[in-house]
Design a protein around this ligand. Structure first.
Ligand code: SF4
Length: 491
């Protein structure tokens, strides 16, 4: 699902501010700063929070928004295997302006709140209800023990679906923090870890938390839960950690919750030899461990990682772009594998937690562009003609048109381990196989040359019946209208 055809962001924002949502939008602006571009150029941002909620056990999800948005979001969530229903409270102009929509949401939540089935219900305002100020904050905090979490995830306030995950994760952490402050809370189904833990922030390949746990074990530590969590009670364990690893650095609001709970935050991630070395050092500092213990943990993993990198070299120039938030980590791995990576673009914003990665990449001749626009990414592929372009759907499409081998970031790169020994060399096979396709791409390009562009787009049994005169006439009419409008404005 690519760029949604959404209403003017300015109009929606103005409406939201008039409806009393100013402080919410200001907070989003501070948490998720925009620029150079400020519009979602990927899927609807709300998909991030929707997916996060749908992956949690005993959590129900209710959307409030335009039917077309909800259709698109539920379609994509089922495409990605949600395997559960998405609740929807429809509205029309009348229920929206009279405030009846909020009453309908409240009624829906009351009907749904069955403690035998759910720990929590997440209600999400999409663009139109956010712009209209539908006050989810007035929903009850809980109904019969079922927690109610209301969030606004408008496309005009949240730039990427990655950052929308943070909106829901932080709202849940905030709720759980209040529960912890109020008294004892139940242990997670998986039990309580006896060793001090490091909570892992950011969705990652399932083998990665296990690999990180293995690296922490010689330090007498364990990997804590991954946030966004998979069940409500994991939130308590996540808060009850010794430190938080900001593996994905864009979780600004969640980090604020952890900081409020007094937890230190570790930047970057155990990715590649240099990254893992520095990360284990930072863990040692955060837990006040003796240097000898940290060195032992480093020695337990770094030689094997060097060996894995030596055995899986990548030879070629690769550009990386994406909107997952792990783009910098992937670039680091590729460079340590021997590839030249002159450019990495991420749709996410710069935060303090990616600073070590930015510094490392700059020292390895890699330009990092935060809030990279699609135009930035396309221009780089077009200008550099790399041996491989790793990117989003439109970047891959452009690369194919140019005969440049390409790989989808989300499907093919995010679906691999990146951390520790498993991460070292894990990209080599898929990357080298793709780069080996250059000749085939060239042949395909020659075969399809001219297909799918301009007048030749679509399926034709004969030659298209071109009528450039129609376009010329329309262009003249539009020019005339424009001149008349300008003349009127001057009077
Ligand atoms: S919720 Fe907003 S950003 Fe998402 S598809 Fe609808 S209008 Fe676009």
């Amino acid at each position: 699902m690519e760029a949604p055809a959404c209403s003017s962001a300015e109009t929606m924002e103005e409406a939201a501010r008039r409806a009393g949502q100013g402080s919410l939008l200001d907070r989003y602006k501070a948490d998720y700063p925009v620029g150079p571009h400020d519009k979602p150029q990927s899927m609807c941002p709300a998909f991030g929070s929707l997916r996060t909620g749908l992956r949690m056990r005993r959590v129900a999800t209710v959307l409030s928004g335009s039917a077309c948005c909800v259709y698109g979001l539920t379609f994509v969530s089922h495409f990605y295997g949600a395997r559960r229903s998405v609740g929807y409270v429809p509205f029309d102009s009348e229920t929206l302006v009279t405030g009846k929509l909020f009453e309908d949401i409240r009624e829906a939540v009351h009907k749904l709140a069955d403690p035998a089935k759910y720990d929590a219900i997440v209600v999400t305002n999409l663009c139109v209800p956010t712009a209209s100020g539908v006050p989810l904050r007035l929903l009850p905090d809980e109904i019969d023990g079922v927690r109610i979490v209301g969030i606004d995830v408008p496309g005009f306030g949240i730039p990427t679906h990655a950052e929308a995950k943070d909106v829901l994760a932080s709202a849940m952490l905030s709720y759980a923090r209040r529960e912890v402050a109020a008294g004892p809370v139940p242990a997670p189904a998986s039990g309580v870890e006896a060793r001090p833990t490091v909570t892992l922030l950011g969705e990652m390949f399932p083998a990665d938390p296990i690999g990180i746990g293995g690296m922490l074990a010689p330090l007498g530590l364990a990997a804590g839960p991954v946030v966004p969590c998979r069940e409500w009670r994991e939130l308590y364990s996540a808060l009850d950690c010794g430190a938080v690893a900001a593996i994905h650095p864009f979780y600004t609001a969640s980090i604020r919750e952890f900081e409020a709970a007094g937890r230190p935050i570790l930047p970057s991630a155990p990715v590649g030899v240099d990254g893992t070395n520095a990360w284990l050092e930072a863990v040692g500092d955060a837990f006040g461990l003796p240097q000898g213990k940290v060195e032992a943990a480093q020695n337990a993993v770094l030689p094997a990682m060097r060996g894995a990198f030596d055995a899986a070299r990548i030879d070629g120039t690769i550009t990386v772009s994406g909107y997952e938030g792990s783009e910098l980590l992937v670039a680091r791995l590729l460079i340590e594998s021997g590839a030249k990576v002159p450019y990495v673009g991420t749709a996410c914003a710069k935060t303090p937690w990616s600073a070590p990665d930015v510094e490392w990449l700059a020292a390895h001749d890699c330009e990092v562009r935060f809030r990279a626009s699609l135009e930035d990414d396309l221009a780089v592929v077009e200008g550099l003609r790399p041996d491989l372009a790793i990117g989003t759907t439109p970047v891959v499409q452009k690369a194919k048109e140019l005969g440049v081998p390409s790989l989808y970031f989300t499907n093919l790169i995010s679906a691999r381990p990146l951390m520790g020994i498993a991460g070292a060399g894990s990209l080599q096979q898929v990357v080298s196989a793709a780069m080996g396709n250059r000749d085939r791409m060239g042949r395909m390009r020659a075969f399809f040359d001219g297909v799918g562009h301009g007048d030749t787009a679509g399926i034709w049994e004969g030659d298209p019946n071109l009528r450039p005169d129609f376009r010329e006439t329309n262009a003249k009419k539009m020019g005339k209208r424009e001149r008349a409008k300008n003349a009127e404005a001057m009077i």
